[in-house]
Design a protein around this ligand. Structure first.
Ligand code: SF4
Ligand code: SF4
Length: 163
């Protein structure tokens, strides 16, 4: 089961975090780290700035723990396109895979069981809006290349590492 933070820090101080449908959507967006598409393919090996491609930390991520294997085809919601991290960059645990949405596969909505047929609506988050946050008519809109940390589109079990 993936991570759902009921009180993300962005909204922790806001007593009216779900007072309106728009606020409830903003709250859920922060809770599950929903990221709209930015035109990039969110794969570690597609030059994510946090991916170490060479050296003793090869296939590690600078923001996940040193024992978290991130091969090229892994992906998470924190992807940022840029030059890959240098080989000597420290690798420190700043985020858990459950929060970043790390999967061994594509993290996108179009691969997720919770997306509707054309990946325009998230059925799971829409259901939470209605049943838990009290906004019957609200809809959580998504895009095929969006992503969040509840994604079901890839395994959470790492593949075997080549030695
Ligand atoms: S796990 Fe996420 S942040 Fe780390 S290298 Fe992969 S896409 Fe980037
Ligand atoms: S379809 Fe899946 S990845 Fe997309 S927002 Fe919904 S739960 Fe998250």
């Amino acid at each position: 089961m993936r991570y759902f933070d009921p009180f993300p820090k962005e909204l922790r101080e806001d007593a009216d975090y779900a007072a309106t449908p728009q606020k409830a959507i903003e709250y859920l967006t922060a809770s599950v780290v929903y990221m709209p598409p930015d035109g990039t393919q969110k794969e570690c090996g597609n030059r994510c700035m946090m991916h170490v491609e060479e050296g003793e930390n090869k296939d590690r991520c600078t923001i996940h723990a040193p024992d978290v294997f991130v091969p090229d085809k892994a992906s998470c919601c924190f992807y940022i396109k840029g030059p890959a991290a240098p080989p000597d960059h420290p690798v420190k645990k700043m985020v858990e895979p459950e929060f970043s949405g790390l999967v061994y596969g594509e993290v996108t909505c179009k691969n997720c069981d919770h997306a509707n047929e054309d990946s325009s609506v998230c059925n799971l988050l829409t259901s939470i809006l209605k049943t838990q946050l009290g906004h019957e008519g609200a809809v959580f809109n998504i895009a095929p290349d969006g992503c969040c940390n509840l994604n079901t589109g890839g395994s959470t079990e790492p593949p075997e590492q080549e030695v």
